[in-house]
Design a protein around this ligand. Structure first.
Ligand code: XIL
Length: 388
């Protein structure tokens, strides 16, 4: 009996050590500074992911960090409709498949991005609708065909799908009351959302199906211009009608000029979706700053506070995710300032410094902040999430 107990205790000890991640030559887990984000996140059953640019993957340093630090990847552009079907009827699977192979080789999960979005659509589609050669009925059929084709091709290989992306307007749009915006709502009306989720479910019953959007960090006044409240009610109603929406994706594109968020604000939103029976994820985290003249000139008095604020916001999102047991993954939208969409996208005024590593692949404060969160969070306050 005593021997059994000893064996059991030894086995438990081993499990405990194994679940801490890799073990070094002396049998102990490596020191914190030698552990990767993915090893540390594994303790929480949290996936830590990054968007991957196919071009950048050709760089050895980029590839090494993508492999070492992350256990989930997302195609930054390669799975968007314009990339997959640039010419009507001819799918170009090469770049998307290449990242699937990379993920498989490195034992990484894949967040599929994206099935229905108003941006980065092929010109033949948008022009066809504009000039009337593609009717509304045909458009709906084309969407169904696209979703079915893509989801079936990767059936069983995609963990989470971003089925519908950025469907809601912003309070600065006209009218300021939040409404469904963009190409799909304009051409198909609001029913395209339920349709898209049902078609995706039929094509792969096991993938987790997400609604994904930005500016989802905190509830506002729960009035007509509160985007989070709008999305919350939209999803609540659709789920009540049996529409298969499993997950809520909060993109997490933040900017230091807009003020910091608080962990409990973000947690409140994640909890609200959990209470609907859903999982959640932070899907595109980056925290950019304005590249003032001082920042560009290398003035540390201007740079350091911004790096600090960026790190704080990365951390707030991480802590909120850790505090909610249904938050399954935390994905950054690129991990190095060398390959970030921010400087090309936000040019007036110029913005940058948005990611975990600088342009020379040196980890920044943001990297150390989320690493510290992963190291020092644990029971009783933070419990590992159940495997899903
Ligand atoms: C961005 C990519 O990072 C850029 O390379 C591309 O030029 C434009 O799209 N929300 C999303 C992502 O859901 O798909 C966007 O990605 C960033 C905002």
């Amino acid at each position: 009996m005593r021997r059994l107990v000893v064996i059991a205790a030894t086995a438990l000890g081993l499990v405990a050590v194994l679940s801490q991640g890799p073990v070094s030559a002396n049998g102990r887990p490596p020191a914190v500074q030698d552990q990767s984000l993915k090893a540390l996140a594994a303790r929480h059953n949290l996936a830590i992911g990054t968007a991957i640019s196919n071009d950048a993957l050709a760089e050895p340093q980029y590839k090494a960090i993508a492999t070492r630090e992350f256990n989930s990847v997302t195609h930054e552009n390669a799975m968007k409709w314009e990339s997959l079907e640039p010419t009507r009827g001819t799918y170009n699977w090469g770049p998307a498949d290449a990242l699937m192979d990379f993920a498989k080789k490195n034992n990484q999960k894949v967040r599929g991005h994206v099935l229905v979005w108003h941006n980065q659509l092929p010109a033949w589609l948008t022009e066809g609708v504009a000039n009337g050669t593609i009717s509304k009925t045909e458009l709906r059929d084309l969407l169904k065909k696209h979703i079915t084709t893509v989801v079936k091709r990767y059936k069983g290989k995609i963990w989470q799908w971003d089925v519908v992306n950025e469907a809601a307007s912003d309070p600065w749009d006209t009218p300021s009351e939040i409404h469904l915006k963009g190409f799909w709502a304009q051409n198909l009306g609001p029913t395209y959302i339920a349709d898209a989720f049902r078609w995706a479910r039929a094509a792969d019953p096991h993938a987790l199906l997400f609604y994904n959007d930005y500016n989802m960090e905190a509830f506002g006044d729960r009035g007509p211009s509160d985007k989070v409240w709008f999305i919350y009610n939209l999803i609540k109603n659709l789920r009540a009608q049996g529409v298969p929406i499993d997950g809520f994706g909060s993109q997490g594109h933040l900017g230091t000029q807009y003020g910091n968020f608080d962990t409990f604000q973000v947690k409140e939103v994640l909890d609200a979706f959990s209470d609907l029976g859903m999982v959640s994820a932070l899907t595109e985290v980056d925290v950019r700053s304005q590249m003032t003249a001082g920042v560009q000139a290398g003035d540390s008095n201007e740079i350091n506070p911004r790096l600090q604020a960026s790190a704080s916001n990365f951390s707030v999102l991480m802590q909120a995710c850790l505090l909610n047991r249904n938050c399954l993954s935390y994905t950054v939208w690129g991990f190095t300032d060398k390959h970030s969409w921010v400087p090309t996208w936000f040019t007036n005024p110029p913005e940058g410094l948005a990611t975990l590593y600088d342009e020379n692949y040196q980890p920044k404060r943001a990297y150390n902040s989320i690493k510290a969160d992963l190291v020092f969070a644990g029971p009783p306050h933070v419990q590992p999430r159940p495997r899903r």
